[in-house]
Design a protein around this ligand. Sequence first.
Ligand SMILES: C[S@@+](CC[C@H](N)C(=O)[O-])C[C@H]1O[C@@H](n2cnc3c(N)ncnc32)[C@H](O)[C@@H]1O
Length: 266
Amino acid sequence: MSDKAAYREAAEDWSARQYLKFEDERTRPPRDLLAQVPLQSARRVVDLGCGPGNSTELLIERYPDAEVVGLDSSPDMLRQARERLPRGMFMQADLKSWTPQERTDLLFANAVFQWVPDHNTVLPRLLESLPTDGVLALQMPDNTDEPALALMSEVAGQGPWSAKLTAANAARDELPRPGAYYDLLRPLCRNIDIWHTVYNHVMAGPEAIVEWFKGSALRPFLSALDDDLQAGYLAAYTAEITRAYPARYDGRVLLRLPRLFIVATR
Ligand SMILES: C[S@@+](CC[C@H](N)C(=O)[O-])C[C@H]1O[C@@H](n2cnc3c(N)ncnc32)[C@H](O)[C@@H]1O
């Protein structure tokens, strides 16, 4: 298995409990994405990378008459989603190869495609599966240049853990620029809307930033280490985060998080 594949596999083994520690902040981008989906009604909607069901719940509220299906590759996430929405429909599948088998009006993908390789193949395949007026809506964090992400790699290369973190450290690619998505998807749809939003989440302190990323981008780093090395790596990372994210007047810190949004209509 390549380094990048190993890293992505670790990232897919998500913990729903850790992810939901910041549920309000994590659910803001799917609200903002859904607000731009130009469908008044829908018969079938699939929430790609549904996680613990927070984004699925928004879709059920917006389209109460639709069949809304949550799809995820992680059993832990699907278990949480089923507990949260007992009447919801969920399926385990991998977006690297999945295509809808039934007519679907909306494919909604909040915070998942940053973990899925080969957008040049996967995204056109999904968009082409939609009927006329069907919508593919995506949101991905575009934060590889932000200190929180850069420091994960920097600290990974500088301690007794470094040999074990080569794969995680080699890994998460920068997102392609908006122009690349335009060239890829615009020939396949009648309208495309692409934008960035930069969130500044108010966090209790630097440790809260570390907790945030323990539910997402830190997972591949931590899962490669035993308990002692994990503790050492997290202590070194927390010290760097404390330097990079200064306390505001009330002791809180702002986590800057740029995100890329795309809404493509067939
Ligand atoms: C950051 S969570 C997003 C959860 C939710 N959509 C939200 O809006 O907060 C990303 C989810 O994508 C799932 N995922 C990652 N790679 C995947 C893949 N190749 N196929 C299906 N799901 C995947 C993970 O298991 C995780 O539940």
